[in-house]
Design a protein around this ligand. Structure first.
Ligand code: NDP
Length: 470
């Protein structure tokens, strides 16, 4: 595998002219690649290329755009093995999960390809016709994080293109290599300048947010960075979709069959080692089932095979970066000092790699940092409740609201409670299930705007009302 380290601007490979930075494998702490960040002049080049390409791309036909997106999906499929290997090496997740990420990228690309952009007829009489068209915005800036780097890049780019926009994207400097490969593949299909990639950290992300040539930023990442982007975006009133962190609560109702749901709870809480925006991050359990739930989850955690994602049999990989690992360690230590009980895991694995085994923490309450703050890692606090209203109140006492869930054998009752949760998506008997056709976004400090489905597509457009006097 020869790794591409170059950015792509106007269809040309270019090496960054700013500082060099290393991409590490979190399982081995070895350098996978050394890249160069873009200079400000190179970011300007990328934006100019996207502006130039927009002049004709905005008028490309629906059929052409659909066909090109399907060709991109074909290319991702044809390069699936290489992309998955890159994802494992720089992101750390086990191979089966990286393969699922590549599969997700294909599915979302094909879904975006098939979406139609509606024309809404408001009035159509003998004398007048009023319709609403949805026009592309221009240049979309995509800023992506390090947890699901390939799939999130597709979530941003595919609908932007489908709607007729051009793109400048910036992957996290922690996991840029899969996106470099992806954009290379896209450029084998698309006209030059339609999709460009620049490298760099916060300084380049910040410059994109301020850039007068960018009309919209789609951002997935932390709330503080989302706030910075929103401030900078004011300069030219950029459109924004902000998909920020969450601290999703799950409530298990007392009628639940714990043996039947334990695996689902584990999978959705520890998805991608817990580094998933809409993972289940706090679990509320009724007194009567508390010990049973803790025991069932501990058994599943202890059965995991923690290791290098490239090794056969690994089910659980490392935390992606040292900053995130330190955050997890800090929150777990704080919980221990405040009387919480660690049922399994609870400390970084000795030796090389950012490994932290799946951890269940009991005897925790709202007000402790591990419950109130987003851990974004392989730790699940389990909180006891005695009546359901109290559980809902605790679930809602958060500044963020991305997802939430209610688990029960009584689906109607669970739905009633799910609708009381203050979050963008509420699941019943599931969590973290994001789908190409279901709008997904947060409320409160988890951001605004949605991705996916037709509502997600329309976020890349500007309505234009056409008022015709016949
Ligand atoms: P950030 O929000 O800082 O990073 C996300 C992306 O934003 C990266 O590409 C990053 O670049 C870029 N960025 C950083 N600073 C700026 C800026 N000033 N303007 C524009 N873009 C910028 O997340 P962190 O990596 O610092 O993670 C911190 C926390 O964020 C995690 O603990 C977790 O709680 C949350 N998070 C949420 C995610 C989600 O899916 N919603 C994903 C990742 C993190 P670079 O990485 O190159 O510095």
């Amino acid at each position: 595998m020869t790794t591409n380290l170059d950015m792509l601007i106007k269809g040309e490979k270019v090496t960054g002219q700013a500082a060099a930075f290393d991409v590490l494998n979190p399982a081995t702490e070895e350098v996978v690649a050394s890249c160069h960040a873009a200079s400000e002049a190179q970011l300007n080049d990328a934006v100019s290329a996207a502006q130039e390409a927009f002049k004709s791309w905005q008028y490309s036909t629906d059929d052409d755009r659909k066909a090109m997106l399907h060709q991109i999906a074909d290319k991702i499929e044809a390069n699936a093995a290489e992309l998955a290997e890159i994802v494992v090496k720089e992101q750390g997740k086990p191979m089966f999960l990286a393969q699922a990420e590549v599969g997700g990228a294909v599915a979302w690309t094909r879904y975006a390809a098939e979406l139609d952009i509606p024309v809404e007829v408001i009035e159509d009489t003998d004398t007048k016709r009023i319709e609403v068209q949805h026009k592309p915005l221009g240049v979309v800036g995509s800023i992506t994080p390090w947890n699901w780097p390939l799939m999130i890049a597709i979530w941003h780019i595919a609908p932007a293109l489908r709607a007729g926009n051009t793109v400048v994207c910036k992957p996290s400097e922690l996991t840029p290599l899969n996106t470099l490969k992806l954009i290379e593949l896209m450029n084998e299909v698309l006209p030059a300048g339609v999709v460009n990639v620049v490298l760099g950290g916060g300084e380049i992300g910040g410059a994109m947010s301020e850039h007068q040539g960018i009309n919209k930023i789609i951002f997935t990442g932390s709330t503080p960075t989302g706030q910075k982007i929103m401030r900078s975006a004011a300069s030219n009133l950029k459109r924004l979709t902000l998909e920020l962190g969450g601290n999703d609560a799950g409530i298990i109702l007392p009628d639940s069959n714990i043996a039947a749901i334990a695996e689902g709870i584990f999978q959705t809480a520890f998805l991608n080692m817990g580094q998933t925006c809409a993972a289940l991050k706090r679990l509320y359990v009724h007194d009567s089932q508390y010990d049973e739930v803790c025991q069932a989850l501990t058994t599943i955690c202890e059965a995991q095979s923690v290791g290098n994602g490239l090794h056969e049999g690994t089910t659980f990989g490392p935390v992606q970066n040292v900053m995130q690992l330190n955050k997890v360690v800090e929150l777990v230590e704080d919980a221990k000092q405040n009387g919480a009980k660690v049922l399994c895991g609870g400390a970084k694995t000795e030796g090389v790699g950012y490994f932290f085994p799946p951890t269940i923490i009991a005897d925790v309450t709202n007000g402790m940092r591990i419950v109130d703050e987003e851990q974004f890692g392989p730790v699940l606090p389990v909180i006891r409740y005695s009546d359901v209203d109290q559980a809902v109140e605790m679930a809602n006492s958060s500044s963020v609201g991305l997802g939430g869930s209610v688990w029960s054998t009584d689906v109607a009752k669970a739905q009633q409670i799910a609708q009381k949760l203050e979050c963008g998506t509420a699941w019943v008997n599931g969590h973290a299930e994001v789908l190409p056709h279901a709008p997904f976004g947060g409320c409160k400090m988890s951001g605004f705007g949605v991705e996916f489905g037709q509502a997600g597509l329309l976020e890349y457009t500007q309505p234009q009302t056409i008022n015709i006097n016949k």
